[in-house]
Design a binder for this molecule. Structure first.
Ligand code: PLP
Length: 459
């Protein structure tokens, strides 16, 4: 395989990709595969001699497509979407061809400056025009960066040099509705799970500002070090939103750093009518959202906005002699993030934002929200089912009125059918089924198929 042969195979791959995507509706959403069977179908060791591409391709077709869960399937309603538009796939191919490692401005000037510009485009599109930012691989990494910054800011940057052994207890605050990536960040930051204070929520599942205030005061009285608050804007379980404005007022008065996890819901904020849901976010220190979830920019692409990059760069930046940039003042994004090496993720943002335009993307998101609301009404009308949490953007949950076992039997039957794929969560002690739509090619008929499958499963 050399560069002259690549175009032939690339063309074949492009044709394959078109047929794969166009044929997704005819496939079950989840791979019908038993654990271990793919591993066992592969030789235990790598080949000593080169193999022909034909044989490699044939094995790909034989082993991979039927044994994958199809995230781009228009009826993938599980977890949150991880949607990929054709323009994004094309950009990713070009980024792969250049295969740059963009750790410094000088190692990938165009990648670096397109990233700067794309974050600016997105900040303006989401109503955050005053914020700067960078692109990470995942929301987990972005949140880790924010939590490390909270920690170091509270320790006056002493932890970086002396470690944490002599430090007081650093305290971070979030509600139960936040994603487990907050727990992971607190663990990885050496803060410890027990110092993540889960603040009570009210009936609408929003963090109670009064309870936040009390928790901070109690911690100060106990000699602890309150460091930061992580707000939830579109929780994974049922789509909860904190009243960020109210919590932010408390956090600011207490001098705490603030971060918003809008990994899923952030994409929706390109539509002005959804922005009241995260009112206050624009005043926070840091926000993460994943264009790779719901904006058609394929995995991985997670954007973090920062009101002032200074504290994060002070926490994460290191500049040894061999990484000095000799060109003068430029932004080296490795100083804003955990890894040194960086992929050219901004290219797919550029392609997607131009190929569909903000209006094209808004239309898709609005459709998903509208269709999910319609489906919710239809599910509520099915005998034996009840809606447990009403739609928040494009997510609602429901359950069988006969209890958890019946709900679990139902989701198993639905997913065994294969036409749609739904996942579960626990809410207020109940096992419930989550329904969320967001695939790039999803239509109203695809969403309404859930009603058909549910009715058939219930007999
Ligand atoms: N935050 C929320 C609300 C999420 O739903 C998820 C994943 O689904 C994450 C964070 C973690 O995202 P990532 O996979 O980018 O780390």
């Amino acid at each position: 395989m050399d560069h002259d042969e690549l175009p032939k195979w690339s063309a074949r791959a492009a044709n394959w990709a078109r047929d794969y995507h166009k044929g997704l509706r005819d496939r079950p959403v989840r791979g019908q595969v038993t654990p271990g069977s793919i591993r066992d179908a592969l030789p235990a060791t790598a080949p000593e001699q080169p193999e022909p591409m034909e044989a490699i391709w044939a094995d790909f077709e034989r082993l991979v497509p039927d044994n994958m869960t199809h995230w781009q399937h228009p009826r993938f309603f599980a977890y949150f979407p991880s949607n990929a538009s054709p323009a994004s796939m094309l950009a990713e191919q070009l980024a792969n061809a250049i295969a740059a490692q963009g750790m410094l401005w000088q190692t990938a000037p165009a990648a670096n400056e397109i990233e700067e510009r794309m974050v600016g485009w997105l900040a303006a599109a989401l109503g955050l025009a005053d914020m700067r930012g960078t692109i990470h691989d995942s929301a987990t990494t972005a949140t880790l960066c924010a939590v490390l910054t909270m920690r170091e800011r509270a320790l006056d940057w002493a932890g970086l040099t002396h470690g944490l052994s002599g430090a007081g207890r650093v305290r971070i605050y979030a509600s139960e509705q936040t994603h487990s990536s907050i727990d992971k960040a607190v663990r990885l930051a050496g803060i410890g799970q027990e110092n993540l204070v889960k603040v009570a929520t009210d009936a609408s599942l929003s963090m109670e500002a009064g309870a936040l205030q009390q928790a901070i005061r109690a911690d100060r009285a106990a000699g602890h070090l309150p460091a930061g608050v992580v707000f939830c804007a579109g929780g994974t379980s049922v789509g909860a939103f904190d009243d960020i404005a109210a919590g932010l007022q408390v956090a600011r008065a207490e001098g705490l750093y603030t971060h918003v996890d809008a990994a899923w819901a952030g994409s929706a904020m390109i539509c002005p009518e959804f922005r009241p849901l995260w009112a206050g976010a624009e005043g926070c220190d840091s926000i993460v959202f994943n264009p790779h979830k719901w904006l058609g920019v394929q995995f991985d692409c997670s954007v973090q906005f920062l009101a002032d990059p200074g504290p994060q760069v002070k926490t994460l930046g290191l500049r040894p002699d061999y990484l000095e940039t000799l060109e003068g003042e430029v932004t080296d994004f490795n100083e804003w993030t955990v890894p040194l090496g960086r992929r050219f993720r901004a290219l797919k943002l550029w392609f997607v934002l131009r190929a569909y335009g903000l209006e094209g993307l808004r239309a898709r998101l609005r459709n998903h929200v509208t269709w999910v609301a319609e489906l919710c009404e239809r599910v509520a009308a099915i005998e034996g089912l009840e809606v447990v949490t009403e739609p928040r953007l494009a997510l609602f949950t429901f359950a069988h009125v006969d209890g958890d076992s019946a709900t679990e039997r139902l989701i198993r039957a639905v997913n065994a059918d294969g036409r749609v794929y739904l996942t579960q969560t626990r809410h207020a002690g109940r096992f419930v089924i989550r329904m969320t739509a967001g695939s790039f090619d999803c239509t109203r008929d695809d969403v309404m198929m859930v009603e058909t499958v549910l009715r058939e499963a219930l007999g």
